[in-house]
Design a binder for this molecule. Structure first.
Ligand SMILES: Nc1ncnc2c1ncn2[C@@H]1O[C@H](COP(=O)(O)OP(=O)(O)OP(=O)(O)O)[C@@H](O)[C@H]1O
Ligand SMILES: [Mg+2]
Length: 323
């Protein structure tokens, strides 16, 4: 077995706000192998983006990593000096955001930005940079790439702009790309296309991918393994197929039941009742208990870890074990 690319252990990222401490990420642990595609799913506010930002050292005050460890290729990233973190970012670890404007500078041409991104980490001639940039744009499906290097971001459509952002992330051949809802703002057919291409590119270059999404269907089409996040914790994890076929955690079941493709045609979709809890005032014990159909008095105590055929969950009353 090869050494893992990423080992996250007990990661805690908290926001110290005037209203109290929001425990956005509260004891997250997982392992990622080189080249693996990991889906990170959960409802809005569950801590997915904060997890992603923590991994690349981009948590801004009042947020702070208050505990745990992030080992990337054997190197500890928690507490790494900002300068060393910057050297890793963009080169060995890259991020793609939901909004490509977050990555692209509106006043520079795509060619200039891509050349700068390459030259920030390597001595590359302008000409070689332009060639590499055009190759990358072609690979993400931008037609006539060499000519488009002279265009500004606003001269691309939304879908094309996101492809440019993905090309930027791939530019330095990173070992890990963290993609945070990179296709949610796009048309469904374009989403599927980009998903498909990202998967092919990751496989081809051996890049590991953490794909963040609130949409379990998207993740299931792409990832090898999935982490299900609720209130700052990973409540279930395992191979995508197994988790989808027979989830252990009632929360995962709820997410599945709210997917159109997973229910019979004509049947009404079931939403998980209630709303995600405030991270400032989590109930004692299992944070999902107030919304859970299986909850009872036991659930006011912290949930035990359940291991079941490669899957893992935090639950007093897991589904499979009961069956
Ligand atoms: N700047 C901030 N200040 C205070 N609290 C914050 C801040 N950013 C995030 N949080 C807290 O972290 C929680 C998790 O946020 P995060 O952005 O990670 O959610 P998410 O799972 O990515 O949701 P979404 O699907 O909507 O993107 C928020 O609900 C909030 O309580
Ligand atoms: Mg988010």
């Amino acid at each position: 077995m090869t050494a893992p690319l990423l080992e996250v252990e007990g990661l805690r990222t908290h926001f110290l706000t005037r209203a109290g401490v929001a425990k956005a990420v509260d004891g997250v642990s997982f392992v990622l192998q080189p080249g693996e595609i990991l889906g990170l799913v959960g409802e809005s506010g569950s801590g997915k983006s904060v997890t992603g930002f923590s991994l690349i050292g981009l948590v801004d005050p009042p947020g702070r990593i208050v505990g745990g460890s992030i080992r990337f290729a054997g190197q500890e990233l928690v507490g790494l000096p900002a300068e060393q973190m910057r050297a890793l970012r963009g080169r060995r670890i890259a991020m793609v955001f939901q909004d490509p404007q977050a990555t692209l500078n509106p006043v520079l041409t795509i060619g200039t930005q891509m050349a700068l991104a390459l030259q920030a980490h390597d001595r590359v001639s302008d000409r070689a940079a332009a060639e590499r940039a055009a190759t990358m744009l072609t690979r993400v499906g931008i037609p006539d790439a060499a000519a488009r290097l002279g265009n500004y971001p606003h001269e691309f459509s939304g879908g094309m702009r996101q492809r440019v952002a993905i090309a930027m992330a791939l530019l330095n051949g990173p070992e890990l790309i963290i993609a945070d809802e990179p296709t949610t703002a796009l048309d469904v057919s374009i989403q599927a296309q980009i998903l498909h291409e990202m998967k092919a590119l990751a496989a081809e270059s051996g890049t590991a991918l953490i794909w963040i999404s609130h949409d379990l269907a998207t993740v299931s089409a792409l990832a090898h393994r999935v982490l299900v996040m609720y209130a700052g914790r990973i409540v279930e994890s395992g191979p995508v197929g197994a988790v989808l076929r027979a989830p252990l955690h009632p929360y995962t079941r709820g997410l599945l039941d709210s997917l159109p493709a997973m229910t019979e045609p004509g049947r009404r979709l079931r939403q998980i009742p209630g709303t995600a809890p405030s991270l400032l005032a989590l109930p004692p014990g299992c944070p999902f208990a107030p919304r859970c159909p299986r909850a009872d008095a036991a659930c006011t105590a912290p949930p035990p870890r359940v291991d079941h055929a490669e899957r893992r969950a935090l639950c007093h009353h897991p589904l499979e074990a009961a069956a």
